[in-house]
Write a protein that binds this ligand. Structure first.
Ligand SMILES: Cc1cc2nc3c(=O)[nH]c(=O)nc-3n(C[C@H](O)[C@H](O)[C@H](O)COP(=O)(O)OP(=O)(O)OC[C@H]3O[C@@H](n4cnc5c(N)ncnc54)[C@H](O)[C@@H]3O)c2cc1C
Length: 382
């Protein structure tokens, strides 16, 4: 059977791919998003994101969704607190209310983008296993799915995150371990059920740091606390703990926090549900690729970086919006659109990736949290 032809095919319906799809469809350009997950509800999207004025918010303006976004922002969520292991506060910033980096629930942001797309744009449960060029003159590709089906496309966009199946078409780079493991937990209904931990967290983001170890977290819009214990350690350290055995894993991680303030240790000891371990990976800073007819990347597929500058989701959306604008400006010359998008993409993402790598070093520095507190003080308006 002849594969269905899609003029523009986006692989991956994360924040980056959906922003691109929204900008295209809002401008009358057809596209299809192939998404591996079976439905929008198949995975809890969880976690707060601060959406930066110059990147994520700019993308939402391009997508015509900034007004709706404002109604979903978590009031007070821009607050930030830095403490040491004893809970002594080194810096406490209230939400300035300037709307510079307002916080929104990731799931609500994804829903905003999904609801703005024609229903036929996103095809759920379509896991792409790979793609290959079938006409180097036109840049046409054949895209294969796990269920054996395939498509052809004139423009293939890998928006499929860290372990992109499209990236190998343009680059040999693979994500590498960035030196930090995260142990992730939630504390629900925190003010009522976990008042000491909720008071320590404050209204927004918390950094509790001590050299190689940190307790980082956010207060979520639903009143829960989302907490990450960050640990600078060998890549295989995670494998030394059986996280399926929640009680023992909790005791092990809590022991790592011996001598820390009880409310910081309590974020692990009193957590609801299992501890989710995750390694933080990154692509090389400055990852780029030669112009390749008919294919490009955006978001984490293009520039996976550690989360310590809070840039990844913002950049993914900006990439989507900027690439969308380039296609709208040059719908009959998609190669020109790809070239102009990539010309801005590479220096922009190299700068952000370097920022993220520098922030990782600051957050897990030997003198942490003092360097981070000094950096925030230096950046604060006079
Ligand atoms: C712990 C943590 C905290 C973070 N905090 C922040 C933060 O505060 N601020 C911030 O800006 N960023 C943050 N980030 C980074 C942010 O999550 C990512 O940069 C962002 O999600 C990238 O968006 P994306 O659309 O490129 O990729 P993704 O969000 O990864 O979306 C990719 C999509 O592609 C789909 N997919 C994958 N493979 C296939 C396939 N083979 N076929 C079809 N579909 C596929 C996936 O199901 C997914 O829906 C954080 C990351 C982590 C790990």
């Amino acid at each position: 059977m002849t594969p269905e032809h899609l003029p523009i095919c986006i692989v991956g319906g994360g924040l980056g791919g959906l922003t691109l799809a929204r900008v295209l469809t809002a401008n009358g350009i057809d596209t299809v998003v192939l998404e591996a997950e079976p439905s929008r509800h198949s995975r809890v999207q969880g976690g707060m994101l601060d959406i930066h004025a110059e990147s994520g918010q700019s993308a939402l303006r391009t997508a015509g969704l900034h007004d709706s976004f404002r109604t979903l922002v978590h009031p007070g969520g821009e607050a930030m607190r830095i403490v040491d292991r004893s809970g002594t506060v080194l810096r406490d910033e209230a939400d300035p209310g300037t709307f510079d980096r307002p916080e929104i629930d990731r799931g609500q942001l994804r829903d905003l983008l999904l609801d703005a797309l024609p229903a036929a744009t996103i095809r759920w449960g379509q896991k792409v296993t790979g793609a290959e060029p079938i006409d180097s003159a036109t840049g046409r590709h054949l895209v294969q799915l796990a269920d054996g089906r395939s498509y052809t496309t004139d423009l293939l966009i890998g928006a499929d995150g860290a372990w992109s199946r499209i990236r190998p078409l343009v680059s040999d780079a693979r994500p590498a371990y960035a030196g930090i493991c995260f142990l992730e937990v939630d504390l629900h209904d925190a003010d009522r059920r976990h008042p000491a931990e909720a008071a320590m967290m404050g209204g927004g983001m918390l950094f509790a740091l001590d050299g190689d170890l940190g307790v980082l977290g956010h207060r979520e819009a639903d009143g829960s606390l989302h907490v990450y214990v960050g640990h600078r350690c060998a890549e295989d350290w995670i494998d030394t703990i059986d996280f399926a055995d929640t009680a023992t894993a909790r005791t092990t991680v809590s022991k790592m926090l011996d001598g820390w303030h009880p409310a910081l240790r309590g974020m692990i000891e009193h957590a609801d549900g299992p501890i989710i371990p995750r390694r933080i990976n990154a692509l090389p800073v400055g990852h780029s690729w030669p112009h390749t007819p008919g294919v490009t990347l955006l978001g984490d597929a293009a520039h996976l970086m550690s989360p310590f500058a809070g840039e990844g989701a913002n950049l993914a959306m900006l990439d989507g919006a900027e690439f969308g604008r380039a296609i709208v400006a040059s719908p009959d010359d998609l190669e020109q659109a790809v070239a102009s998008y990539q010309e801005a993409l590479f220096p922009r993402s190299a700068a952000a990736a370097q920022d993220s790598a520098d922030s990782l070093e600051l957050i897990f520095a030997a003198d942490a949290p003092h360097g981070l507190a000094r950096a925030f003080a230096a950046a604060a308006p006079a």
